[in-house]
Design a protein around this ligand. Sequence first.
Ligand code: FES
Length: 335
Amino acid sequence: MTMLSENPAATLHGADPDRRDLLVRSTTWEADDVMSLRLVDPDGGELPAWEPGAHIDLVLPSGLVRQYSLCGRPADRGCYTVAVLREAAGRGGSQELHETVLPGKTISVRGPRNRFPLVEAARYLFVAGGIGITPILAMVRDVSARGAEWRLVYGGRSRSSMAFVEELVELGEDRVEIVPQDELGIPDLDAALAQSGPGTAVYCCGPEGLLAAVERRCAEGPMSLHTERFGSTGAARAAEPVVVSQVTTFEVELRRSGCVVTVPSDRTILDAVRDVVPEAMSSCEEGYCGTCETRVIEGVPEHHDTILSDKERQAGKTMMICVGRSRTPRLVLDI
Ligand code: FES
């Protein structure tokens, strides 16, 4: 590692304009094992704007970082709302949130960022499974308020496990199909898609089985499909294998911290960065959550994530440093 200047790395997150501590104002039990949290600025300030589909990173007291879709109202600039499903078989983040992030506590938040934006379309079909309803709820409110044509198919294990049913039905009783599996089986995707003509934007969020089923059906259809996977299921992990890059060992200059680190073939950029910036944020470390997304100042990154679009990859302005590598002998990153 080479020091370029004496900037202390420890100050970096203090200068991170994307990260702030928010107060948990209240929690609400939305369904079996689903708790929503309302997060506000402790000083009552406005929070950064967001649009339906956006998520925030919650940095838990243990240091775990988890992403949650914003499911409140974008017009309410004083509050972020997220809903968290307690997953007993998960990796611990949701349990910790349910048990320790209580009203009156503060929690570090990064974002919002939007990897699931709502596009303009002639009509919309939303397909949600379980807690995948959270980004879809904000979208349904938006298209409903705009008077757009839309339908929602919402499946879940049982009625009591399905959050926000009442509000969704109020938004469009004849447009919403609630499908609790213990009563009605699984959603009839063929029928839902058959009712949606060309020009329909299909938005799907839920477990991997549901996403794969929708993807199969939309593969050759005239509709545009937009999906978001749950990080905690691991569903979107490593769709693209990590291959040996053209430059196996390369240097990374951390412009803000004033250091240069060497990244050999058996280490990730994130590993090397942590030699200098131990608090560098990550969550999945497999290229599907976006927590480690970093701005590229110079050099050509080699992407191995499953987040960036082809256009974003070509632009080369950001990269996921947990899996990405370099096509040039040196990368300069905004860290
Ligand atoms: Fe999840 Fe890098 S930590 S994409």
